[in-house]
Design a protein around this ligand. Structure first.
Ligand code: PMP
Length: 395
């Protein structure tokens, strides 16, 4: 057995799924028909778990930008920017991101995951402290582990618990980086940013916000929670991804600290991985323009989010704390979550199946994400599918 001994629990879980006769973790999307529809197992299915918040993946302008960049510059960069050189598009995208956020500096990474790894592990090191919300994303946890700094978690969205820990830190608060998310990926709630900024003024720590799920979703221009809460001046670093509202792949960090540029030279996940492809850069640049001027898209997105949240709440399901485009339905047990997920798929609805340890506090969730591209009828269809299940399964 050797190395594979530690996989016994995973193997047992897989055997259980084999006996059930379906595998929710290996769903094959046979054909992707639109931002909201796909063919799975020969049937048309309504997608309610894409993170495609603005529905831009099929926008003809983004597609055309990606195609013409591929024709002009090729399919890939075939290496990192330090070794192989920076394409003009990388620079242009960084300039446009900095302009969009009104920040001095921007760095583009190959994914949001490696943006977090690279930025967190480079900014902090032994002797520093990381104080992170307990519900932060895996990439934030991994970046923290790689840094060698002391890692302290505070209770999710609990500013009082955060302050308690800051008090204990005393002078070390000055070398402390606090990390929160704009909208949390699993429960869909927002960080209490105004309260955290008030603590920053009192204790003088550094603050990073991951806007992966809030970029394009919150704020008049779609900059995220930092814009909505009017805290741009007070947040030191914003990180985010191109893989959700921008409909592509990649990640970024922006900051008003000119020293952010130095992170490039120290961040292994920037230095030692291939830079984003011309197609990605071109479609993201186009999508960023659409996102910035996408007030109508945001209105439609929020209208859909409220409609689904209210509809599921009325059916008696226990949901995440507030209506946002990420809507988590709590289910009592792992088994019931698994079977409900399958029941929804049989009714032609695809949602995200979230089992421990992926969800906070060992909970199991049916996670829905809403898109501006969903029609009113599609949202009704999702509600109807849930209504066919008993709300008794909910926590
Ligand atoms: N941060 C958060 C909060 C996320 O939810 C995710 C992805 N789900 C990431 C970072 C990583 O983004 P990417 O998919 O671009 O690697």
């Amino acid at each position: 057995m050797g190395l594979f001994e530690k996989f016994t629990t995973i193997a047992n879980g897989r055997n259980m799924l084999d006996q059930l006769g379906f595998d929710p973790f290996n769903v094959e999307i046979e054909e992707i028909l639109s931002p909201t529809m796909a063919r799975i197992a020969g049937r048309e299915v309504l997608l309610a778990g894409t993170n495609n918040y603005l529905g831009l993946t099929f926008d003809p302008r983004c597609i055309e930008a990606a195609c013409s960049a591929t024709r002009a510059e090729g399919t890939g960069t075939t290496g990192s920017r330090m070794a192989n050189g920076t394409f003009a598009g990388h620079r242009a995208l960084e300039r446009e991101l900095a302009e969009f956020f009104g920040c001095a500096k921007a760095i583009v990474f190959s994914t949001g995951f490696v943006a977090n790894l690279g930025v967190i592990s480079t900014l902090t090191g032994p002797g520093d402290t990381l104080l992170i919300d307990g519900d932060c994303h895996a990439s934030i946890y991994d970046g923290c582990r790689m840094s060698g700094a002391d890692i302290i978690r505070f209770r999710h969205n609990n500013a009082a618990d955060l302050e308690k820990r800051l008090r204990r830190l005393g002078d070390r608060a000055k070398n402390t980086l606090i990390i929160v998310e704009g909208i949390y990926s699993m429960l869909g709630d927002r960080a209490p940013l105004a309260e955290i900024v008030a603590l920053k003024k009192k204790y003088g720590f550094w603050l990073m916000v991951d806007e992966a799920h809030s970029l394009g979703v919150l704020g008049r221009k779609g900059m995220g929670l930092v814009e909505e809460a009017d805290c741009l001046e007070d947040v030191d670093f914003i990180v985010g991804t191109f893989s959700k509202s921008l409909g592509a792949i990649g990640g970024f960090c922006v900051s008003n600290h000119p020293e952010l540029d130095l992170v490039r030279y120290a961040s292994r996940s920037y230095l030692f991985t291939a830079s984003p492809s011309p197609a990605t850069v071109a479609s993201v640049r186009q999508a960023l323009q659409l996102l910035a001027s996408g007030k109508d898209l945001r209105e439609r997105l929020w209208c859909n989010a409220r409609h689904l949240y209210d509809g599921l709440a009325k059916l008696g399901f226990s949901l995440g704390p507030e209506p946002t485009p990420v809507i988590a339905v709590y289910v009592r047990s792992k088994e019931e979550t698994l079977f409900s997920w399958k029941e929804l798929l049989d009714q032609g609805i695809y949602v995200n199946l979230i089992l421990p340890p992926a969800a906070p506090d060992g909970k199991s969730l049916l996670r829905c994400s809403v898109s501006a591209a969903h029609t009113h009828e599609q949202i009704n269809h999702i509600i109807k599918a849930f209504s066919a299940m008993s709300a008794d399964i909910t926590l």
